[in-house]
Each structure stands twice: as C-alpha cells, then as structure tokens.
Design a protein around this ligand. Sequence first.
Ligand SMILES: Nc1ncnc2c1ncn2[C@@H]1O[C@H](COP(=O)(O)OP(=O)(O)OP(=O)(O)O)[C@@H](O)[C@H]1O
Length: 291
Amino acid sequence: MTTALHGVSKTFGPVAALCDLTLELRPGELTALLGPNGAGKTTALSLLLGLAAPTSGRVEVLGGDPRRPEIRARIGSMPQESAIPTGLTVREAVTLFASFYPAPLSVDRALALADLGSVAGRRAGQLSGGQKRRLAFALAVVGNPDLLLIDEPTTGMDAASRAAFWQAVGALKAQGRTILLTTHYLEEAEKVADRVLILSGGRMLAGGTPDHLRAGVRGARVSFCSGLSLAQLRGLPGVTDAALENGRAELHTDTPEDLLAALVRSGTAFDELEVTRATLEEAYLRLTSAV
Ligand SMILES: Nc1ncnc2c1ncn2[C@@H]1O[C@H](COP(=O)(O)OP(=O)(O)OP(=O)(O)O)[C@@H](O)[C@H]1O
C-alpha cells in the first residue's frame, strides 16, 4: 500500500513547481510537509489527490493511481478552504459526504471524531471559523480514508479544539492510516509529526524525524540568573552570543556542557537554569535561508 512520489516534476508553463521530487508516506505515520510560500506543497497535495497529473515521474497512492475512482474513494482531504454547502446542517453535510463513499464511518462517529456533536443541528453557514475547520475534518474522515491529507488544519481553532483535533488524528494514525500534514505552524509540526519533509523551490531540502532535523543545528540556548556582568558572560568558554536582561543571562553556545562545567568551577552562584536545544523552527529557518 505504498504512497509515494517517484521522481515527480510538475511545471506550469515556465514555472517548475516540483523538480524530480521523490518522497514516501508510511502507514501509521504522520508526515509533515513544510516549506516556504511557493515551495510546491499544494502542488504535491494536488498530485496525491489525483487532481493534476505530473509532467514527468510517477504518483503512487495506496499502491495505485490516485486518478482511479477506487483509489480516490480511499483518500480523505481537508483543504485550507473548503466549499461547504452553507444551507445544510452539520449532520446533513456529513450524511451527504458519507453517501459518496463505499464504506463510510457512521455519521455519529465522524461527528464525534470532529467534536461536533453539540452543533450537529446548526447550519454550516452559521458556524464559527474553528467549527468550520472541524466540519471540514468531519467531511475528510467520514469516508473512512486510508490516506488523509490535512492542509493547515488548525487555523482558527481554539486551544481546546486543537488538542481534541490532534487526539482524533492520533487515533486515526494508531489505526494505521497514512497522514500528510502541510502547515506553516512549525511548533505544531514539531509536536505531532513522526517525520518532517522540507521542500524548497520544488525540491527536497531535508527530511527526517523532528529530533533528527533539530540535531542538525549545533548548539543550545543556556539561560540562568547570576551576578555576572555581560563582559564576564561573554568570557565564559564557547559562548557565541550573550545577552543580559533583568539579571537573566541568555547565552548561545555550541558546547553547553563545557560552559556549565566552567560556570560551576568558577564558584559563581546561579539559579533558574534552563538549557534548550534548537527547535524545529530554528532548524527550518537555517535550512531554508541557506538556499
Ligand atoms: N496552476 C498554476 N499555474 C501556474 N503556476 C502555478 C500553478 N500552481 C502553482 N503554481 C506555481 O508553482 C509554485 C509552487 O506553488 P504551490 O502552490 O505548490 O506552493 P506552496 O508550497 O503550496 O505555497 P504556499 O505555502 O504559499 O501555499 C509557485 O511558484 C506557484 O506560483
């Protein structure tokens, strides 16, 4: 049940949206596809959805061609903008979408997954922004898809809805569904993705687990409170950048262990120590600004 792009290129006239791109999505994994505006993420999604054909290369979805109806019936999509019939109630819209699929979930199950039970009788046009996103999720999952494509899914959702949303996605993942997320929220991608693929200019820039990508950025941020002056902080071994604000030192170093060892050896009193490694966002910014 392979889902992959094999050496795929897609051009629009003179614009090369994707260049010889190869990637694979695995069942039971959530893969995040990241990249700056124009990187080719939406193009990759539309190829996986069978909405467009590649200029060259091969698109394989669940072991087949996504333009075949029996494959398309196994794909669920939550696009950034969804055209939901505003006059239907939430339950009617989900029931209508369920009728398009050969083996759908029950409407109540889809409503529960999207946490929409309490607004099932409300017209889609009267939903809040976050509730509309949850309805788009219900419509994406009601067909019981093996491949779920979610594009900027949590825009407009409040904190509780976001948490419920990722819990529902986690349950689908645990059932072995293949999930592809595209997002500009790097903090969220870092939390939920098993693997991250970074696109730029239609090419794959980097890929791996969030830990793997973060480990590619050397160094750490070391922060503590002490009586040391800025000059003394700058003099600690391995400090590449230092700032002092309200008595709190903010240091960057490639060798946090050496720095802390020197601090302890010096007998300086310090407290409220925090040592943090690079975030996925830092790794992403370094990778994408280097091109
Ligand atoms: N139908 C089209 N006609 C012409 N050019 C297109 C078309 N679709 C996409 N492109 C171009 O292909 C490139 C990749 O676009 P794409 O929408 O896939 O990027 P993206 O990574 O999804 O960007 P964003 O983060 O802004 O949504 C861009 O240069 C875009 O202008």
